[in-house]
Design a protein around this ligand. Structure first.
Ligand code: HEM
Length: 465
């Protein structure tokens, strides 16, 4: 591991010559990982060991969990936005929030509250918006990625704060909060792309450029969070609030800590769901056979004219579940995730990891490895998740889309319910086709979650039934 390195990988990384051949950095890494006999590579100049080997992933996320925390380097990048929120801490603070949050999230009351919110957003906003674009209405092309981001932001804000920003209202309004939150997460993620953290630290100290913008965006998020917490305190005991903020108030008294906890949930649950659905619809547009099989299942399980599926019905939709999992195998919303080694170590494939260096498992590359998924790994094939007509989970270390091990995503079940509800409602009622370029490989914007450059342009037609 060295700051200067002349190996072919580092030269290509620094000179950006990989970009002549590959649309995205993740595609280049996939290519290098495929060629590596161990499924592990080094980018020395980044002090980063990148792996797509499921044994290594299990080792990092479970067996030697204590040796691979998020680390101070990661926490510093998102620290101003997320503070001490669950997403950004290790040790006791993480354990406390994890315990408290998993109790709340897994409760039956909470699950039905989440489905209530999602159903309302689909019925009152998402479906009417797409229906109005049918034929003469809006006529033209819609950006499905933008619509899904608005959809998931409304949902996660209502779920976390009990606040409805109304981003998916018919006129697609600009929301100061959503904008500020977007800017804050984008600018925080961009810190990671600077050659050295000293650059952003100096800019922050001088309050100039991107750091000044970040500070302003965080101020908007803070003001709103403060106001929500104040209102929540006033109404505590008088109203039947079911959002996470109201629930966490029973165990946490410190308002800044409450703000941090809830903002972490916004970040974790917003763009991920939108990215998962964007990947799903871009694949479905090219796979009419899968679409027909989903429709057959929906017609079998749902009542005629029913718009949104119920929980008990979703549990019977094995093919839909398989298709949603399969789409995230190829287009994981979080393409890679890094940890920092506390002590020197050796991974199961024999790779040495130096103390303080970064280790990354690459979910995007893993979904595209023959040695992990077989020779048809590049095909969108929900059937690989089905045995005797029943959906069967795969090993989470081979499919770390929701991470795995001790820090596995807390919102996994909620996210899947949200995604399946949307797919069931839209696929049953509309034909959605990606305009132009459906066969083209997407280009992603660098950031914490997969965002397609230029959005996902679609045309919508109501189905005749
Ligand atoms: C398709 C949607 C989603 C995907 C692919 C996803 C994926 C992930 C991944 C990869 C992580 C690990 C991140 C890291 O530690 O660096 C994570 C953590 C987390 N996710 Fe999700 N997530 C999704 C939706 C959600 C939703 C909807 C919520 C909240 C309601 C949520 C809440 C969380 C939380 C709280 C953590 C932190 C867990 C911990 O550190 O112990 N996620 N998620």
């Amino acid at each position: 591991m060295k700051p200067c390195c002349n190996c072919a990988t580092c030269r290509s990384y620094l000179s950006l010559s990989w970009a002549h051949q590959f649309p995205n950095l993740c595609d280049w890494y996939t290519h290098l990982l495929r060629a590596s006999p161990s499924g592990t590579i080094h980018v020395h100049v980044l002090r980063n060991t990148i792996t797509c080997n499921p044994d290594n992933v299990e080792y990092i996320l479970k067996t030697r969990f204590d040796n691979y925390p998020k680390g101070k380097q990661f926490s510093a990048l998102l620290g101003d936005l997320l503070g001490r929120g669950i997403f950004n801490v290790d040790g006791d603070s993480w354990k406390f929030q994890r315990k408290m949050a998993s109790l709340e999230i897994s409760s039956v009351a909470n699950r039905s509250y989440a489905l209530e919110i999602v159903t309302e957003e689909i019925v009152t906003r998402l479906v009417p918006l797409l229906a109005s674009s049918n034929g003469a209405g809006r006529g033209g092309v819609l950006d499905l990625q933008d619509i899904l981001r608005r959809f998931s932001f409304d949902n996660i804000c209502r779920f976390s704060f009990g606040l409805d920003p109304g981003c998916l209202e018919a006129d697609l309004p600009t929301s100061t909060f959503a904008d500020a939150f977007d800017r804050a997460s984008k600018l925080s993620a961009e810190r990671a792309m600077m050659a050295s953290p000293i650059i952003w630290r100096i800019k922050r100290f001088l309050n100039i450029g991107s750091e000044r913008k970040l500070k302003e965006a965080i101020k908007v998020v803070d003001d709103l969070a403060e106001e929500m917490i104040r209102q929540s305190r006033e109404t505590m005991g008088f109203s039947a609030r079911k959002d996470l903020l109201a629930r966490f108030m029973n165990s946490v008294n410190d308002d800044k800590y409450l703000r941090d906890i809830v903002v972490s949930f916004l970040l974790a649950g917003r763009d991920t769901v939108a990215a998962g659905l964007t990947g799903f619809f871009s694949l479905l547009s090219n796979h009419p056979r899968v679409e027909s099989l989903i429709r057959e299942e929906l017609d079998r399980v749902m009542d005629p004219g029913q718009e949104v599926a119920r929980y008990d019905q979703m549990r019977r939709m094995h093919y839909l579940n398989a298709a949603v999992h399969e789409s995230m195998r190829l287009y994981p919303p979080v393409q890679f995730d890094s940890k920092f080694a506390v002590e020197d170590d050796v991974l199961p494939d024999g790779t040495f990891v130096g103390k303080g260096t970064r280790v990354t498992y690459h979910a995007y590359a893993m979904g595209r490895m023959e040695r992990v998924w077989g020779s048809d790994c590049l095909e969108f094939k929900p059937e690989r998740w089905i045995r005797d007509g029943v959906f069967v989970q795969q090993c989470p270390f081979k499919y770390p889309v929701f991470q795995a091990g001790l820090r596995v995503c807390l919102g996994k079940e909620l996210a899947l319910v949200e995604m399946k509800s949307v797919v069931a409602a839209l696929v049953r009622r509309f034909d959605i086709r990606v305009v132009g370029g459906a066969n083209q490989e997407p280009r992603f914007v660098p950031g914490l979650t997969a965002t397609v450059r230029g959005g996902l342009p679609i045309e919508v037609r109501e189905r005749r039934r």
